[in-house]
Design a protein around this ligand. Structure first.
Ligand code: CUA
Length: 372
């Protein structure tokens, strides 16, 4: 009979090992998405709340567990009825204590939390305005207002350091006529680009998460202190491509940011020759133009590249990543694989497989890489 029983000590050993590994995973240093190493004032404000609440929660946990273990040990069965403790019902003093103490703790924690919530809900002065549109499965960033110069980017949100960036975020919804969000005059969407899924915008080192809900404009702000790359991630399950709905925030010194914005506001390079010129012709004849905008695109047949279903490609080659941060823009192989079969490259990709030949793919890759 003994052989059929699970080896209890072995199981406990495995369980302890698994727990130890989980704990040790928390010791990773230099993790790019570590919410506990804030790199800006907003993330720090939120981290301060964590620093306050976490020790209190740990203290409560230890106190309650210690009490539980003590009672289990003190009143354990000793195999005779004599060890059954005296049964009693109700103890007014104890019940008052364990109601009042937690209430005081929660009330104390609520003060700084509520203050932070209200502070974070305000639109900060002098902020840079960016409209964020969550799509399946990538992010579009539109620099609104006069300062934004109509720049539209994808997968990479460039920001200046030391200045709050106010994000107005939408997920496109099929329920809204003309794709307009009620009450928001800035919101003009292309109805062809609609989808109605909840996403969540999260750059752990710059701010907490904010859900992006179809039919609503959600706002938040982020701010970085130092130039650098900050990785971001969709944090709400939104479909098959959720795990690869990544993006990054690129923070520049204010002067470098202004330079970036000016470069991005320029029309696309339109003097292609050779293979890239063939690619440009294909951009139109193969149908890419039906979904992708390219500012300043001129066509011999009068086609306009102004549709924003897919990412705006005006300065495609100036970006580091595409397809929700999965692939490297500079890598011709990865671009070719994407054009050959988008769904095979990334599950759930909305871009159709255009059935392109290898020659056509090479030409389109050359064209895309000319869009600096
Ligand atoms: Cu978008 Cu998950």
């Amino acid at each position: 009979m003994r052989a059929g029983r699970p080896r209890r000590s072995g199981l406990i050993g495995w369980a302890l090992l698994a727990m130890a590994m989980l704990l040790l995973a928390g010791c990773a240093t230099d993790a790019p998405q570590d919410a506990l190493s804030p790199q800006g004032p907003i993330a720090r404000m939120q981290d301060d709340l964590w620093d306050l609440v976490y020790p209190i929660a740990v203290g409560v946990f230890i106190f309650v567990q210690a009490g539980l273990l003590f009672v289990m040990w003190r009143f354990r069965s000793r195999g005779d009825n004599a060890s059954v403790p005296a049964q009693l019902h109700g103890n007014t003093r104890l019940e008052l204590l364990w109601t009042i103490i937690p209430a005081l703790i929660l009330a104390g924690v609520a003060v700084p939390t509520t203050r932070a919530i209200f502070t974070l809900a305000e639109e900060p002065e002098g902020s840079l305005q960016v409209r964020v549109v969550a799509k399946q499965f990538w992010w579009e960033f539109e620099y609104t207002g006069e300062e934004g110069q109509g720049v539209v980017s994808a997968n990479e949100l460039h920001i200046p350091t030391g200045r709050p960036v106010y994000l107005k975020m939408e997920a496109l919804s099929p329920q809204i006529p003309d794709g307009k969000i009620p009450g928001d005059p800035e919101s003009v969407q292309n109805p062809q680009a609609l989808n109605g899924v909840i996403h969540s915008f999260w750059v752990p080192r710059l701010a907490g998460k904010q859900d992006v809900v179809p039919g609503h404009v959600r706002t938040m702000y982020i701010e970085a202190e130092e130039p650098g790359d900050y990785s971001g991630q969709c944090a709400e399950f939104c479909g098959i491509g959720h795990a690869v709905m990544r993006f990054k925030v690129v923070a520049h010194d204010p002067a470098a940011f202004d330079e970036w914005l000016t470069t991005q506001s320029a029309d696309a390079f339109d003097g292609q020759s050779g293979l890239a010129a063939e690619g440009k012709a294909l951009f139109e004849s193969a149908g890419c133009i039906a979904c992708h905008a390219i500012n300043g695109y001129t066509s011999t047949t009068g086609g306009k590249a102004g549709v924003r279903v897919g990412p705006n490609l005006t300065h495609f080659a100036s970006r580091g990543v595409f397809a929700g941060g999965m692939f490297d823009n500079a890598d011709a192989e990865q671009l070719a694989a994407w054009l050959r079969n988008p769904q095979a490259a990334k599950q759930g990709a909305q871009m159709p497989n255009l059935g392109l030949s290898e020659d056509q793919i090479a030409a389109l890759v050359a064209y895309l890489q000319s869009l600096k």
